[in-house]
Each structure stands twice: as C-alpha cells, then as structure tokens.
Design a binder for this molecule. Structure first.
Ligand SMILES: CC(C)(COP(=O)(O)OP(=O)(O)OC[C@H]1O[C@@H](n2cnc3c(N)ncnc32)[C@H](O)[C@@H]1OP(=O)(O)O)[C@@H](O)C(=O)NCCC(=O)NCCS
Length: 178
C-alpha cells in the first residue's frame, strides 16, 4: 500500500521511492518530454534530481511529488510544489510544476494533479501564493496553468535558459490563497 499525500479521482501523489528511479531516468531521457528544456537529463542528473526532491520533501513536507496512476499503480511522472530561490523579480517563491511520461499525456492528468496540488498548497501547507513558470514555447504547460485558474503576471529570464536561443523567456502565472 503506497502512502499518498494527495489523492485525486485517478491519481496518487507521494514521496519518491527507489522503484521510481528507472522509469524516471527513461522519462527524462525522452526528447519529447524534455523538448522545452535545454537538454534531456543523464542518468546521474535524474538521480540527483530525485535526491533533491526527496530532501525538499523531508525538509518542507512537500516537493514535486511522484505521481501514480491509481488504476494501474504505475508511476507516470511528477506534479507538485517547490520552494524556488534562483534570483529574479519573482523569487524567492513557491512554484508548481509537472512532468509526465508521454503515454500519460492528453488525458487531463496534469490538470487533475495540478489542481489538487494548488488546493493542497493553500489548505494543507498554508502557502499564500503559488507561481508557475514555463518557456513561452510550452503551450501544453501554459494551458494547464490557465485551466487551473492561474493568472498571467509577466515574463522572466530563467537562469537555466540563459543563452539558449530557442527559449527567449518564461511566462509567469500566479494563484493566491483566498
Ligand atoms: C505539460 C504536460 C504535463 C501536460 O500534460 P497533459 O496530461 O497532456 O495535460 P492535460 O491533458 O491535463 O491538459 C493539457 C492541455 O493542453 C493541451 N495540450 C496538450 N498538448 C498540447 C500541445 N502540444 N500544444 C497545445 N496544447 C496542448 C491539451 O489539449 C489540454 O487542453 P484541453 O483540455 O483544453 O484540450 C505534458 O505535456 C508534459 O509532461 N510535458 C513535458 C514536461 C514539461 O514540459 N513540463 C512542464 C515544464 S514547465
């Protein structure tokens, strides 16, 4: 039985398990999944990312959670919230993010998980304001932001994208606790 921190109708969100490593490495190597990032991740980069997410979870009680499809109990990617400290006019902040494997796209899973994470941010973790960032090329991700009711507040140059001519800037969305 997995210990879900957030459950939706079709998804379970939890801390990361050793069994997530293999499928997450595959996902982060997929060109399609990583098309709006500077490059796909190496095995070591993905393992380091999982460790960073686990450490953040232990420190704050939340992170970009591992997501299971409840019907199959299969790991399909991540969705969640993280503290962001890179330097910009919008940070430090808590942001919401998502990354799913390709076979899980187009089923409304990102929207379902993101909506639940936003609610948990405000009601479970007492966060007052959540931002979301994505490159201006990532229409699917921006659509998720719009569909969960976030509001466009501007653009920013993310340090990860500096010098990459494909990505001029990131759009920034915001949602506040009521
Ligand atoms: C972003 C991502 C999580 C969206 O997942 P998803 O499960 O397809 O999202 P949903 O089905 O919940 O909804 C996405 C919306 O965008 C639309 N959409 C999906 N792919 C699209 C595309 N390539 N172009 C435009 N719109 C797209 C969907 O139709 C849906 O809108 P609709 O319900 O109004 O039709 C997924 O594409 C992904 O993992 N991408 C790679 C990682 C990534 O870029 N993460 C975000 C980084 S900021």
């Amino acid at each position: 039985m997995k210990n879900y921190i957030i459950e939706t109708e079709r998804l379970g969100l939890r801390n990361w398990l050793p069994s997530d490593e293999k499928p997450f490495i595959e996902m982060c190597k997929d060109q399609a999944v990583m098309q709006h990032f500077p490059k796909p991740l190496s095995n070591v980069e993905t393992i380091t990312l999982i460790q960073r997410l686990q450490n953040h979870f232990h420190e704050h009680g939340y992170c970009y959670f591992a997501v299971d499809e409840l019907e199959t109990a299969e790991f399909i990617g991540f969705a969640g919230i993280m503290n962001q400290t890179w330097e910009s006019e919008f940070t430090p902040c808590v942001d919401i993010g998502w990354r799913l494997k390709k076979t899980a796209w187009g089923k409304g899973y990102a929207t379902e998980a993101a909506k639940a994470c936003l609610e948990a941010a405000f009601n479970q973790f007492q966060i007052k304001e959540v931002l979301a960032f994505t490159t201006d090329t990532n229409t699917a991700s921006e659509n998720v932001m719009k569909k969960i009711g976030m509001e466009y507040i501007g653009t920013v140059q993310h340090p990860m994208m500096v010098g990459d001519p494909r990505f001029k800037h990131c759009v920034v969305y915001k949602s506040e606790a009521t």
